[in-house]
Design a protein around this ligand. Structure first.
Ligand code: SF4
Length: 299
């Protein structure tokens, strides 16, 4: 049997009230990392320190108080919302389960406010998910996540399935809610423009590991890792007069089951040396807060 190490030895620290963007190609482990951080998946090893408590190995009953503090919004609201439940019933469930509302009447009052908060109307409570547009459904998913007033929200490609005009509305809504809740966001996406707009710091993942991390301006203005540079070169430029540089990526998409030896990126890297094929580079700090795993930056 073959095992996939979807996430392997990553270490990231997310500060209170910041937005940490987690970027990479599909299959790089960013969704697994996000789900593991909030214990939707159980890590096989390592720690997840949340508010000073290692929640990695807590039993489900001990996790309950943390469940309200950590929420997730998925990419496809249609599959994350129960098609047989009205919006009102769906939103009242977490409120009643976690004791935020004492009874249905109190829940209804909270839900009315919640719907207004995310740009919907109180009369939407009796409708079903299929009666809404994609953008409205994502607003409902966001309302459900914020209903329990979490301090951490993992946003897993929350705008990828939406039209560009709706994406902007959802991003603005997320920013507004973050200020109101003083929440911390982990924003998972392959859309570099959106990540740049919303994030304070960003981590670039490749085959289950972080290869670069820094403040948004550090990573976008001065990318260090050859993979980050290739991602930025491949991003669309909204100016038809600008010519695109040829991508520096060589070779095809890697096999996640049989990861390369040494630096996982070496089969696609034009700077690779013999050492890159043999050893994995340490994650080193090149300037304050800006880290990279690449031998080009080892002294
Ligand atoms: Fe390329 Fe070597 Fe740096 Fe890996 S360690 S990214 S192969 S130069």
């Amino acid at each position: 049997m073959a095992y996939i190490r979807a996430v392997d030895g990553i270490s990231l620290e997310v500060k209170k009230n910041e937005t940490y963007g987690l970027v990479g190609e599909s299959g790089c482990g960013k969704t697994t990392a996000g789900k593991t951080i909030i214990r939707l998946l159980n890590p096989t090893d390592g720690k997840v320190i949340f508010d000073g408590v290692d929640i990695a190995k807590l039993k489900e009953k001990d996790l309950k108080p943390f469940r309200t503090k950590m929420q997730i919004v998925f990419q496809d609201p249609m599959s994350s919302l129960n098609p047989r439940m009205t919006i009102g019933n769906m939103l009242s469930e977490p409120l009643l389960f976690h004791g935020i509302a004492k009874n249905k009447k109190e829940a209804e009052k909270i839900i009315g406010g919640l719907l207004e908060e995310v740009g919907l109307k109180a009369y939407h409570v009796d409708r079903y998910p299929h009666q809404f547009s994609g953008g409205q459904r994502q607003r409902i998913a966001i309302a459900r996540a914020v209903s329990v007033r979490p301090s951490l929200i993992v946003l897993d490609e929350p705008t990828s399935a939406l039209d560009v005009s709706v994406q902007a509305q959802i991003i603005n809504l997320l920013k507004k809610l973050q200020e109101e809740l003083e929440a911390t966001y982990i924003f998972i996406s392959h859309n570099l423009a959106v990540v740049r707009f919303i994030s304070d710091r960003v981590g670039i993942m490749y085959l289950g590991r972080l290869v670069e991390e820094g403040k948004v301006d550090q990573v976008f203005e001065n990318p260090l890792h050859p993979y980050t540079k290739a991602l930025l070169e491949a991003a669309p430029i909204p100016d038809p007069r600008k010519k695109r540089e040829r991508s520096m990526l060589i070779g095809g998409t890697p096999n996640v089951i049989a990861r390369p030896t040494g630096c996982f990126f070496h089969p696609r890297c034009k700077y690779r040396t013999k050492l890159c094929e043999q050893e994995y580079p340490e994650f080193v700090e090149v300037e304050e807060g800006h880290k990279v795993a690449c031998f080009l930056y080892h002294k």
